[in-house]
Structures are given as structure tokens and as C-alpha cells.
Write a protein that binds this ligand. Structure first.
Ligand SMILES: Cc1cc2nc3c(=O)[nH]c(=O)nc-3n(C[C@H](O)[C@H](O)[C@H](O)COP(=O)(O)OP(=O)(O)OC[C@H]3O[C@@H](n4cnc5c(N)ncnc54)[C@H](O)[C@@H]3O)c2cc1C
Length: 707
């Protein structure tokens, strides 16, 4: 386990232990019921004290509560006295069992029997004698039914919250065992390949939720989770729905909530508060880049982000339920104005608003317009939410869940900064190649080890861009010079800015200070299979290439390696020229699809390993004759240079390639894909189909992520 992940795990465990769940039970309700009945029957303490403190410091009040306990319950009196001591300690008053007994005994000569009130008795005037009887039974009943309902709901909510966390823990445990089992004993896993497991993997494990979309975005909704992820989210949703709606009833005798509306809304408000408290650490843990669960389960960061998004949406629903229900209760018990005036309630409102803005601002459209701005705002609002919720909950004794969330978040952020500091700021060479790709070459520290499929978040340290960090797959240099490379497709944000900076320089490259946060991502273990089929589209080649190199240059040649790369034009060979040449003489069988059947070889630069000229910059030949000659010689060069690569023209048919490769395989097959989202989605569906059709173990590794 990486040290960074271990630290986050430790932070989570430590924080989870920071606060103990306060257990309410019927003994405590009995005690507080008697206390409330005493407070309602007479006045003992000045200043209108309505808490337990009065019974702890005022002898007649203490004796009245003791009398109530003795009269109205057959519970073990010694246990009730222990609760009495505990409740006094909770309001910073020290009382012993002996003092309670003494107070009760001393009271025997002074009782005021409220069934036979002395003449001139005034309930509102301070009483210096203990009281008994009167409406005590009615009051006690009215309060105890109220406490039983209310705190019974709180108790139940804790069990529900614990069940929810346990279910997640179980799921993560199963995923962890399966991940490590696969790594340590791939043969056993392959043998667990019967028709039942194949069907489960075909229809649940791998399939997209609906027809074929997963990494392709779908309109307003953005990315659709896989079917497995959707089932997990759906079960979570149904469970919360069940908790929020089932098991509420109102007792007409209730003296705390004298209306049904006030009572039921309070129970729902408490239930949602407890449930969302239990969800808080998960919502904050899942999106962390250093989330240790990635290492345990082998699940991608993209999957954890998908769970984070959906859990956060459900979390927001709980916040809305909680806020709405508490507003109704506050109105019903006449406390709306007083609550609005107190600090903790106001901070609750601030947190709710921040949470709502986070959900709205995290919509797919906003992320698409400017991911980095979304991220910055999300971070700031997240901080406001956490602070607001923490302050709100301090008063309610639920703060420990927010300790856990804050600890996880702070550690993740700290580790991210540490990773950047450790890598340092280095001078990179950014080349614009074939007018379509930026090749970034960065010298890495010796101890900083890249691995196949890893990605790093790159900070381009310029005054306008240093605050952004973009994820790119990294490739170890093919010559042993401690450089890493990123191959970046030019899009509309920072990548476009860099490209135009290079174009303006007229040199084909520029030097920029960069820092890299990483490496991140779990490595997929293709070496455990008889055959690895690696499919890449365009700039998706770095990950599959690194895996192919690792497999193809191993001493033990166990795995047959097929590397497919689909590009639109021949000139795209320029930016991956050196790497392709490294495949020569290895165990890798590369196949390159050039999707434009009319693509010309003219722009391909076979002469130099430094491919920094763009296709548009290439000189054009004037006459048809020259053109023909050039084409012939270029074709000759292609054959000479890349004789070890099979070139095919036309669009790659992913389904056909997969079904053919699987059919020709002599044993288990691992299929990895990184490319255009549509390509990955086609591959997912094709592999799911192949799993159902074939007896050999087939696994799919999406070498790309979306979030
Ligand atoms: C794990 C991973 C590895 C990747 N590897 C490569 C690679 O090797 N080569 C490559 O060309 N691209 C890669 N990408 C995609 C790359 O991160 C984006 O294309 C890049 O951030 C776009 O920058 P831009 O400012 O030009 O984007 P824009 O034109 O502003 O946006 C283009 C798209 O990129 C998304 N995007 C922008 N910034 C981020 C960000 N910080 N995090 C996530 N998504 C973002 C936007 O939401 C949008 O969908 C990878 C993405 C991920 C998640």
C-alpha cells in the first residue's frame, strides 16, 4: 500500500473513533420523563431552568424526581440512579448515588401532595418542598411516550446508518478480496469461470446500465455508470427511501410535540440527520485522489468518483429532507424565530445552501464548460459546507462524523501538496507534433517510478495556468534517460493555449516549468493471461503502449500481445515514432488502423527521431510526377521502417477485432482499451458478449477514465 493511502486510511480510522455514539435507552427516558414531569408540576429553580441541572443542584427537585422514579416504574432503581449521576455529569454537576438517597430520605417529612394541595399553593412560585402525585403520572406518560418515539427514532436511525456503512464495508471487502485473490492467485480465479459467473459478469459486472453508453456522455446526465455501479447506487437509494418513509407514528399523549405535524416532522428530521451523518465520511473519502480504497479494491478513480457523485446527490436529498422537516417542526413547536436567531441553526442553513450550490454547480454542463473552474468552486463550497455542518452539529453532538470527513479531506490535500513538492518544479520541453499533439517531456526524480497505465496531474507553472492540474497518462522514456512523456490531444482549454504559444514561437516547441502530481492509478495485470489485446485510439496510445512494452520485453514470454492503434492519418505516426520503433524485435504484434483510407504518407517524417514538424508545415511538391515519386518512396520507407507493424486502412471494427482475437486465443484473454469514448463503449459491449459466448476466462480493463 502506498504511504499516502496508508495515511488517509489511518486518518479515517482515528477520526471515526473520535466520538462515541451516545446510546439512549428506556432507563434514560424514564429519568428524563420524571424530570420533565417534575418541572411541569412545580417551580424549583429560579431563572426558569428547564434542563436537568435543576434536579442536580436543588434538593426538593432532586427528591421529587426520585419519588417519581419510585412511584412510576418498576425498573431497577439502582440503574436509574446511575443514570441520574450520568445526566448530572452531562450538565457539569457532580452528584453521587449517596446524595440522591439522602435527598430522598430527608424529603419524607416535607412532601407536598399535589392531590391535596395546601391552601394558597402556587405552581409558579418557587417551591422549597418536594412534590408528588397530582398530574405527575399524566405528565410522566406524556413525556416518556414522546422520548420513546423521538429517541427511539434516533436509535433506529443509528442502526440504519451503521447498516448502510456495513453494507458498503462488505461490498468493499468483497471487492478487495477478489482484487487480491486475482493478483495472488490468477489461476484459481480463472478456474472460477463457470456459466453462472460468466452470466453475472456479462450482465452485471461489465454491462453498461442501459444499451451501450458508459464513458460516452449522454446529454444532460453526463456519464452513465456501469450496471454494477447503478445497482449499488439503486440499492443505496432504496434503502434511504425505506428509512425515510417507514416506521413513523404519532402518540396523542405526546407532551413535547403536541401536534402530529410537529412530532412526525421531528422524527423525519432526526432520521435524515443521522443518516446523512453516517454518509458524510464516504462522500468525502471517495473523491480523494489518495483514497486507499483504490489500492484495496483495484477499482478505478473514475468508479469512486461515480459513487461520490451519486452518494452526494442522495446526501443532498437527505439534507433537503432534514432542512424541510426541521423547519416544519420549528414552526409547529413555535420555535422558528428563536431558532433562526441562534448560531448553530444559521450555520445549518449556510451548509445546506453551500451543499445545494455544489450539486447544481457539479452538473455535467458546468464541468464541460470549464472543469477547472468547477473544481475550484467545488473545493471552496465544500469547505464552507464542512465548516457549516460541523458548527451546526457541534451543538447536537454529531460532530465526530465531520471530524472524519475533514481529516480525510485534509490528509488527501496534504498528500497532494507533498507529491507536488517531492516532484518539484522542472523544466519540460513541450513540442507540437503533426499539429495535433503536444508531446511533453519532463525529467523525473530518480525515485519517482512510472508504471504502465499510470497517470499524473500536470501543473503548467505559468502565471495564468499554475492553479490547474490536468490528468494525462504518462509513459516512461524508451531510452534510459529518466524522462517521462505525456502525449496530449489539443482541445479547447489549456491544451489549446499551449499549442498556440508554440505556434507563435515558430520553433515547434517551448520550454515550460511543470510539476507533476502522481503517479496515480492502479496497474492492470495483463501478464496473468494467455493473451493480451490492447486497443488504442488516437492519443489513447500511451497506456496500452506501456503495457505492451512491459509484456513484450519480459524474459518470460507467457502472454501473447496484440497492440491495435487506430489513427486518422498517417502523419500521426510522427508523434509516437520513437516509441513505435521500440516495439521492433519484441514479442508485441502491432496493428495500426489508418481510418482515412485516402490518407497520404507525405506528412510522415521517417528521417528523424525528433518529430517536431507539423503536417501543415511540410513542403508540398509541385508537380504530379514529383508527387508520385514521393508517394512511392514514402511507401517504401514505411515498409522498411515499420516492417514489423501491420497497417490496415479503414475504420477499426472493435466488435470484429475482439471476437476474432477471442476466437483465436489459446486460453484466457485480457482486453484493454483507451481511446475515443465510443470506442471504449463498443469494446465493453463486445467483451460482455464474448464473456457470454466463450468458456475461456475473458477480462476487460478500461485503460481510460472519465469523471
Ligand atoms: C486518467 C486520465 C488520463 C488522461 N490521459 C490523457 C492523455 O494521455 N492524453 C490526452 O490527450 N488526454 C488525456 N486525458 C484527457 C485530458 O485530461 C483532457 O483532455 C485535458 O484535461 C483537457 O484539457 P483542456 O483544458 O484543453 O480541456 P477543455 O477543452 O477545457 O475540456 C475538454 C474536456 O476535458 C475535460 N477536462 C478538462 N480539464 C480536466 C481535468 N482537470 N480533469 C478531468 N477532465 C478535464 C473537460 O471536462 C472536457 O470534457 C486523460 C484524462 C484522464 C481522466
Amino acid at each position: 500500500m502506498k504511504v499516502s493511502q496508508l495515511l488517509v486510511a489511518a486518518a479515517l480510522l482515528a477520526s471515526a473513533n473520535a466520538g462515541a455514539w451516545k446510546v439512549y435507552n428506556d432507563d434514560s427516558y424514564t429519568l428524563t420523563g420524571c424530570n420533565a414531569a417534575m418541572l411541569k408540576s412545580a417551580t424549583f429553580c429560579g431563572g426558569g431552568i428547564k434542563t436537568f441541572a435543576c434536579a442536580c443542584k436543588n434538593q426538593p427537585a432532586m427528591a421529587s424526581v426520585m419519588q417519581c422514579l419510585a412511584d412510576r416504574t418498576d425498573k431497577d432503581q439502582e440503574v436509574l440512579k446511575e443514570w441520574f449521576v450520568y445526566q448530572c455529569a452531562a450538565v457539569n454537576k457532580t452528584v453521587t448515588v449517596e446524595e440522591l438517597d439522602a435527598s430522598y430520605e430527608n424529603a419524607s417529612d416535607y412532601w407536598v401532595d399535589l392531590d391535596h394541595k395546601p391552601a394558597g399553593y402556587n405552581k409558579s412560585a418557587i417551591s422549597y418542598r418536594p412534590v408528588k402525585n397530582g398530574n405527575m403520572t399524566k405528565y410522566f406518560t406524556g413525556y416518556i411516550v414522546s422520548y420513546r418515539k423521538r429517541y427511539g427514532t434516533v436509535d433506529r436511525s443509528h442502526y440504519q446508518g451503521m447498516s448502510l456503512l456495513s453494507a458498503w464495508a462488505l461490498l468493499l471487502l468483497i471487492a478487495t478480496l477478489s482484487n487480491w485473490f486475482t493478483r495472488m492467485s490468477p489461476a484459481t480465479l480463472k478456474s472460477m469461470n463457470n456459466s453462472l459467473t460468466r452470466k453475472a459478469r456479462q450482465y452485471l459486472g461489465l454491462a453498461p446500465t442501459f444499451r451501450k453508453h458508459h464513458v460516452q456522455s449522454v446529454g444532460f446526465f453526463g456519464y452513465i455508470p456501469t450496471r454494477f455501479e447503478s445497482v449499488v447506487i439503486l440499492v443505496n437509494f432504496l434503502f434511504l427511501l425505506f428509512c425515510n418513509t417507514i416506521g413513523y407514528s404519532y402518540d396523542q399523549r405526546d407532551l413535547v410535540f403536541t401536534s402530529k405535524m410537529g412530532g412526525i416532522s421531528r422524527y423525519i428530521g432526526d432520521n435524515s440527520a443521522v443518516l446523512l451523518s453516517y454518509m458524510t465520511p464516504l462522500v468525502f473519502l471517495f473523491p480523494g485522489r489518495n483514497n486507499f480504497l483504490q489500492w484495496c479494491t483495484g477499482w478505478s478513480y473514475g468508479r469512486f468518483v461515480a459513487f461520490h457523485k451519486w452518494l452526494a446527490r442522495l446526501y443532498m436529498c437527505e439534507i433537503i429532507i432534514h432542512s424541510g422537516a426541521m423547519a416544519v417542526t420549528s414552526q409547529a413547536v413555535g420555535k422558528w424565530a428563536t431558532r433562526l436567531a441562534v448560531f448553530w441553526y444559521r450555520w445549518g442553513i449556510v451548509a445546506s445552501v453551500a451543499g445545494g450550490l455544489m450539486i447544481i454547480g457539479a452538473g455535467y454542463t458546468a464541468r464541460r464548460i470549464s472543469y477547472e473552474v468547477f473544481l475550484l468552486i467545488h473545493f471552496v463550497l465544500g469547505g464552507i459546507f464542512l465548516a457549516g455542518a460541523w458548527i451546526h452539529c457541534l451543538d447536537q453532538e454529531y460532530e465526530q462524523y465531520y471530524y472524519a470527513a475533514a481529516a480525510v479531506w485534509c490528509f488527501d490535500t496534504l498528500i497532494r501538496f507533498a507529491r507536488i513538492a517531492v516532484f518539484g518544479v522542472r523544466t519540460s520541453k513541450v513540442e507540437l507534433i503533426a499539429n495535433e499533439t503536444l508531446k511533453v517531456t519532463v525529467p523525473r526524480p530518480a525515485f519517482w517510478k512510472p508504471y504502465p497505465g499510470a497517470h499524473g496531474f500536470v501543473h503548467f507553472v505559468t502565471p495564468l495556468t499554475f492553479w490547474q492540474s490536468h490528468p494525462f497518462t504518462l509513459v516512461e522514456s524508451t531510452v534510459h534517460d529518466q524522462n517521462i512523456h505525456f502525449y496530449i490531444k489539443i482541445k479547447n482549454g489549456i491544451t489549446k493555449k499551449l499549442a498556440s504559444r508554440i505556434q507563435k514561437s515558430g520553433k515547434g516547441f517551448t520550454n515550460i516549468h511543470v510539476s507533476v502530481e502522481g503517479p496515480y492509478g492502479e496497474r492492470n495485470h495483463y501478464e496473468h493471461y494467455n493473451k493480451a489485446v490492447l486497443l488504442a485510439g488516437g492519443n489513447g496510445i500511451p497506456g496500452p503502449f506501456s503495457h505492451a512494452m512491459m509484456l513484450g520485453t519480459r524474459d518470460v514470454e507467457k502472454t501473447e500481445v496484440k497492440l491495435y492503434w487506430s489513427i486518422r492519418e498517417y502523419y500521426s505516426l510522427n508523434w509516437f515514432f520513437d516509441e513505435l520503433m521500440k516495439l521492433k524485435g519484441t514479442n508485441v504484434q502491432p496493428v495500426i488502423y489508418v481510418s482515412n483510407a485516402q490518407s497520404s504518407l507525405e506528412g510522415v517524417n521517417f528521417d528523424s527521431s525528433s518529430q517536431s514538424s507539423s503536417s501543415s508545415d511540410n513542403e508540398k511538391t509541385d508537380s504530379q510526377e514529383d508527387l508520385k515519386d514521393t508517394s512511392t518512396s514514402q511507401l517504401q520507407k514505411l515498409k522498411e521502417t515499420f516492417g514489423f507493424i501491420e497497417f490496415r486502412t479503414g475504420r477499426i471494427d472493435i466488435e470484429k477485432v475482439i471476437s476474432e482475437e477471442v476466437a483465436e486465443a489459446n486460453g484466457s484473454v485480457a482486453i484493454g482499451v483507451c481511446g475515443h469514448p465510443a470506442m471504449a463503449d463498443q469494446a465493453r459491449v463486445a467483451v460482455a458478449h464474448a464473456i457470454g459466448e466463450n468458456k475461456n476466462r475473458i477480462d476487460y480493463f478500461e485503460e481510460m477514465q472519465t469523471w
